[in-house]
Design a protein around this ligand. Structure first.
Ligand SMILES: Nc1nc2c(ncn2[C@@H]2O[C@H](COP(=O)(O)OP(=O)(O)OP(=O)(O)O)[C@@H](O)[C@H]2O)c(=O)[nH]1
Ligand SMILES: [Mg+2]
Length: 399
């Protein structure tokens, strides 16, 4: 599972990426700072079960700070997108390649309105971010449409001649875009039904409708309304929220500042906290102190935080519908074979059964599955048990 960070140039995509991954990537106030996509690891945050079980955990695939478990997830920061990128304009082709593998997109928009449609700096409040939302959706739709259009006649012909399943044929022909067969099925049947025309009679108009539906399913978008440190952002945020957009207000730059200072132990701050504490005031100059004061006043008091952690959690839990499950080997000590307590926290899709989960951990564990134990209740679980968020389970197998 990969999350793509997208948007027009110069809105703060790389700043968001850097704040989520703490990697050192080029950030600058001009368009096309990023050319090659940056790939890195961000972390979602949950209340760790260690508190409830009253143990000091020793995580391996994730980490735990003050009872908060941080679980890794792959992120891709992409090149800025300009109108008509789908025709190869700007860095269009690089961009589109880099989002092929993603299952959800974070669209960073500039709520301060201080960048024009191509990312050039303009005075704050002069550009309407709504334009950027529409343009990006259109770019993505047209990109997918251009691919589908190219293959469509072949798809229809092949399906008819060889009496194949149309969904499977689309899936294979468009394998580069990493669509799921369920999404194809869903889009094909709902658009055929809605338009009352079978797919083999579709013209361009029907194909565009199909593409739009498929794009919404396969690359859903969350808006990250960036630069909320500008006063004008408040108005734009509320306007877009009232229009029904799924938008999280963020300040990537503030988060980056806070995470760097927290890393140096100058402040105490965990991503997702609704406040921070200065620990070593003597390590900060006046300019930094003023910047922190401003972050507290303009971001924390007004919005309740930088929004960065909330954004990532929202994407993973609400859009992708994932849950977290802890597997342990020893049901009493909550350890793995090496004695690590609550070593792993897995992100799995909602609806995953215990047996599916066993296969995810190891094929042998799936093949030789006997039963599971719910550590909270000590009850035995069958293979078809549907896992819940924050379940702790032990899987017993014949080996
Ligand atoms: N005021 C303010 N500025 C920000 C914020 N986030 C990013 N910026 C600034 O926006 C400018 C562009 O940031 P980048 O992260 O390079 O933007 P990008 O979207 O990756 O740009 P390209 O790679 O060129 O597409 C830089 O000057 C950042 O400091 C924020 O939360 N508030
Ligand atoms: Mg960039």
């Amino acid at each position: 599972m990969e999350i793509g960070i997208v948007g027009k140039p110069n809105v703060g995509k790389s700043t968001l990426f850097a704040s989520l991954t703490l990697s050192d990537v080029p950030i600058a106030n001009y368009p096309f700072t990023t050319i090659e996509p940056n790939v890195g690891i961000g972390y979602i945050r949950i209340d760790c079960v260690c508190k409830e079980f009253n143990v000091k955990d020793s995580p391996k695939n994730s980490f735990c700070i003050d009872g908060n478990r941080f679980i890794p997830i792959k992120l891709v920061d992409t090149a800025g997108l300009v109108p008509e990128a789908w025709k190869g304009r700007g860095l269009g082709n690089q961009f589109l390649d880099s989002i092929s593998k993603t299952s959800v997109l974070i669209h960073v928009i500039d709520l301060s309105g201080s960048t024009d449609i191509e990312g050039r700096p303009v005075s704050p409040g002069t550009h309407d971010p709504l334009e950027d939302i529409k343009f990006l959706e259109n770019e993505l739709d047209m990109w997918l449409y251009s691919i589908i259009r190219r293959h469509w006649n072949d798809i229809v012909k092949l399906t008819k001649m060889r009496k194949l399943d149309i969904n499977q044929v689309i899936y294979e022909k468009l394998s580069g875009v990493k669509l799921s067969i369920d999404h194809i099925k869903n889009a094909l049947s709902s658009i055929s039904e809605k338009l009352g025309v079978p797919y083999n009679k579709w013209g361009d108009e029907e194909l565009i409708e199909f593409t739009k539906h498929l794009r919404r399913l396969s690359k859903p978008i969350v808006l990250a309304g960036n630069k909320i440190d500008y006063d004008i952002a408040w108005e734009n945020y509320n306007k877009l929220k009232e229009m029904g957009y799924d938008i999280i207000p963020i300040s990537a730059l503030s988060e980056l500042v806070l995470r760097k200072l927290a890393n140096q132990k100058i402040i105490k701050y965990l991503p997702g906290d609704n406040d921070f504490t200065i620990i070593k005031e003597d390590k900060l100059n006046n300019k930094q102190l003023r910047a922190l004061e401003k972050i507290r006043e303009k971001i924390f008091e007004k919005y309740g935080g930088t929004g960065i952690q909330q954004l990532l959690n929202h994407v993973v839990f609400d859009l992708l519908n994932y849950i977290v499950v802890y597997p342990v080997r020893d049901p009493n000590k909550l350890t793995d074979a090496e004695g690590n307590i609550l070593p792993d926290a897995y992100l799995v899709p909602k609806g995953t059964t215990l047996k599916d989960f066993a296969y995810m951990i190891h094929t042998d564990l799936g093949k030789n599955f006997l039963f599971g134990i719910n550590i909270r209740t000590k009850m035995r679980l069958k293979g078809d048990y549907i896992l819940n968020h924050r379940d702790v389970v032990s899987i017993v197998s014949t080996v």
